[in-house]
Ligand binder design. Structure first.
Ligand code: MN
Length: 138
């Protein structure tokens, strides 16, 4: 057993995110483990760009109000305790509602192949996309 070093919180790059987003890396497995676990904190209105994960991703909402959307679907409003799964290759975004901070755990996996990225980044989520109507997760 080992108590892992705490890594400093890091600001998410503006290249891939809109608004203020910070993460804590809790676990980044070394081969043969490919598990990754981050806590991600979004300021109001902050969100990821459109992206997909080679092996999918599970998000667990810890606090605040989360907005999540898969390409072609509507925006889902998720609350603390909700868990959202996006399958491999499904384009999506996630972020905070306009009026509340949001924190989620993000669990995903590396591909084990340096030529195959674990996350593929796409377009920014426009204000028009972000402000579209939403449906409660439950
Ligand atoms: Mn994602």
């Amino acid at each position: 057993m080992e108590v892992l070093d705490r890594r400093p919180s890091a600001k998410a790059p503006a290249e891939w995110f809109t608004g203020d987003v910070w993460w804590d890396v809790y676990y980044a497995g070394e081969e043969p483990s490919r598990a990754r676990l981050n806590l991600v904190r979004f300021a109001p209105c902050a969100r990821t760009d459109w992206h997909s994960h080679a092996l999918g991703q599970t998000l667990h909402i810890v606090s605040g109000v989360a907005l999540v959307q898969a390409r072609g679907g509507g925006i889902i409003e998720a609350r603390p305790g909700d868990t959202i799964y996006t399958p491999p290759g499904e384009e999506h975004w996630h972020g905070a509602a306009p009026d509340a901070f949001m924190e989620h755990l993000a669990l995903w996996e590396g591909t084990g192949d340096p030529d195959v990225p674990e996350t593929v980044w796409g377009d920014k989520v426009t204000d028009e996309e972000y402000n579209a109507p939403r449906t409660p997760a439950r």
